[in-house]
Design a protein around this ligand. Structure first.
Ligand code: MN
Length: 232
């Protein structure tokens, strides 16, 4: 098809350290409750049988360093600092080794959340979309190729609001490890380059308001920031 009824939507992408070409985002998968201390603060138990997922629309992608207006429909807008996985080869129903081999790069991400809407949905057994999948809710720092990052585990993952530490953990605290996530998700989807996975957030989530600046980082992977402006 070469003609469309309206302007073709923008391709959203994430820069890659050391590459002039960007990583185009096809899908954004997110893992829920992947740090025990965060599940506890949310008042829920970790399901150790299997990870669970939700997703964000690729057009939710926003680069680090952005300023976003306080989003509509919420009075409890939260940050979630996360390790991001970028898939680099097609995989379907693969084991842990092939799952690890499919990881092209890692990154820092913010899974911005309308917590009030998420919790209403959770309590009513409804989908989380209004709480999780909204415009400018997926913030990404440049990706770092996986071979530049040592084995995932000892790296510190942290987030500050206006310079005050709010989240502080290590990637070793991930309940479902990166290879387990890719292998498990590949049982449900034909994963392919362009698929990114936000791997869950540590304890310490909380609200931000207009005027706040979020900063965060993961050892060896990079840093990320987001500033909140007044609502539109
Ligand atoms: Mn999250």
């Amino acid at each position: 098809m070469s003609e469309y009824l309206f302007t073709v939507p923008e391709v959203y992408s994430i820069p890659v350290e050391g590459e002039s070409a960007a990583y185009p985002v096809h899908r954004i998968f997110c893992v829920g409750r992947n740090y025990a201390a965060h599940a506890a603060e949310m008042g829920v138990e970790v399901d150790r049988e299997a990870p669970f997922y939700f997703s964000k629309t690729p057009s939710a992608t926003l680069p680090t360093g952005s300023t976003v207006p306080y989003p509509p429909g919420t009075v409890n807008y939260h940050y979630e600092m996360e390790l991001v996985i970028a898939i680099g080869k097609p995989v379907f129903k693969v084991d842990l080794e092939a799952g690890m081999d499919a990881i092209y790069a890692y990154g820092c991400g913010l899974d911005m959340t309308r917590r009030d809407l998420q919790l209403v949905a959770r309590e009513k057994g409804r989908p989380w979309d209004l709480g999780k999948d909204f415009e400018q809710s997926g913030v990404f720092a440049p990706l770092v190729k996986a071979d530049k990052v040592s084995a995932i585990g000892p790296q510190r993952i942290h987030l500050e609001v206006n310079g005050e530490t709010k989240q502080d953990a290590h990637l070793a605290d991930l309940i479902w490890k990166v290879d387990e996530i890719v292998s498990d998700l590949s049982k449900f989807y034909h994963l392919a380059p362009g698929d990114v996975i936000m791997t869950g957030t540590p304890a310490g989530v909380g609200p931000v308001t207009a005027g706040d600046t979020i900063t965060g980082g993961i050892d060896e992977v990079g840093t990320i920031s987001l500033t909140i402006a007044e609502a539109e």
